[in-house]
Structures are given as structure tokens and as C-alpha cells.
Write a protein that binds this ligand. Sequence first.
Ligand SMILES: CC(C)(COP(=O)(O)OP(=O)(O)OC[C@H]1O[C@@H](n2cnc3c(N)ncnc32)[C@H](O)[C@@H]1OP(=O)(O)O)[C@@H](O)C(=O)NCCC(=O)NCCS
Length: 170
Amino acid sequence: MTGVTFRLATVADADILAEIYNHYVRTSTVTFDLDPWSTEDMAHKIETVVALGMPFIVSEIGGDLVGYAYLSTFREKAAYDTTMENTLYLRDDARGAGIGRSLLEELLRLGAIAGVREVIAVIANTPDAVPSIRLHEKAGFERVGEMDRVGRKFDEWIGVVMMQKSLVPD
Ligand SMILES: CC(C)(COP(=O)(O)OP(=O)(O)OC[C@H]1O[C@@H](n2cnc3c(N)ncnc32)[C@H](O)[C@@H]1OP(=O)(O)O)[C@@H](O)C(=O)NCCC(=O)NCCS
């Protein structure tokens, strides 16, 4: 995808990032959040990721912010410290043009530099999330597990697919 640039997020991006995310909170099962995030919620997430020493990046086209991705704590206990969970969201009208693929590649590149060894994607096992599952497969993630009926949204029980990619050579 030409014309897409990446940079680290700052708290000044929080309002636009919350707007991108809240579209999916309101309309989709790709996120298990039921309530929209405030700008402050997103700013807090950016600060938490940065404090962890992990990448929180945004993608832009012609100065317009069209997506974001970050690595964050997978599980709190200390022995999990080299394993991170990844998150990425594109503005709805920016999907399907290769931005997700390049955003994820850049996130994983920066994750490796930050010392991450394993990346886990926890993805809803619903039709809404098929693009995400396919994207992760294409990026080399392997399906390592499934959990059924762990969430409830839009009056349906929803399961998750767990996918994993190692950032270190065997
Ligand atoms: C998932 C998401 C990040 C993918 O980004 P994208 O820019 O739309 O995807 P790309 O155009 O880079 O496509 C990369 C691969 O993803 C898969 N993919 C993308 N859109 C797809 C679709 N509608 N159906 C099936 N597979 C799809 C394909 O395998 C594609 O590779 P290909 O073009 O070689 O077949 C984006 O659609 C999105 O933000 N979705 C909503 C939020 C979300 O689901 N986030 C992930 C939460 S875990």
C-alpha cells in the first residue's frame, strides 16, 4: 500500500483513535467492549503501553489518521513479561486496502526490537472477525486454541480464537 506512513502515537491522537475504536464497539463483535471509550480512556491506554516500553503506532495517509496498533500485557504475572497481546483497528473506510497488513508488520518489527518473544492475538470467533483471523494467518500467526461462549454481546454468546506468533528464531 503506497502513501501510508507510520509513527508512534501520542495522547494528542486519543480522540481520533477513540472514534475509530468506538465504531466497532457499537457495531461489531470484533471487540468485547460494550461501552464506548472516552478520549481519556484511550489516552490512558497509550500512556500504559508507552510506560511498558511497548509500541503504540498509528498509520496515516496524507496526514489523516486511519488506523492504530499496539502491544500490551497478555497476562499480569511476571513470567509472562516477554509475551504481549496485539491489537489493531483501522478506520472503517480504510479497510481492505493492505493497510492492516503493513501496520501489523510494523508493529511486530517494533515488538521484536522491544524484546517481545511471543505475540498473542485473541480474536472473536464470529463472522465479523474473519478479516482479522485471515490477516493474522497471512502474517504467520498460528491458531493455538479456542474458547467457547466466553463473551456475550448483541444477545449472543461469543467465543474466541487464540493465535500466536513467535518473534524469535527457533
Ligand atoms: C482486521 C483488519 C485490521 C485488517 O486490515 P485490512 O487493511 O482491512 O486488511 P488488508 O487489506 O491488509 O488485508 C490483509 C489480509 O487480511 C485478510 N482480509 C482482509 N479483509 C478481509 C475480508 N473482508 N475478508 C476476508 N479476509 C480479509 C486477507 O487475508 C488479506 O490478505 P489478501 O488481500 O492477500 O487476501 C481491518 O479489517 C480492521 O480494522 N477490522 C476491524 C477491527 C478488527 O477486527 N481488528 C482486529 C481485532 S483482533
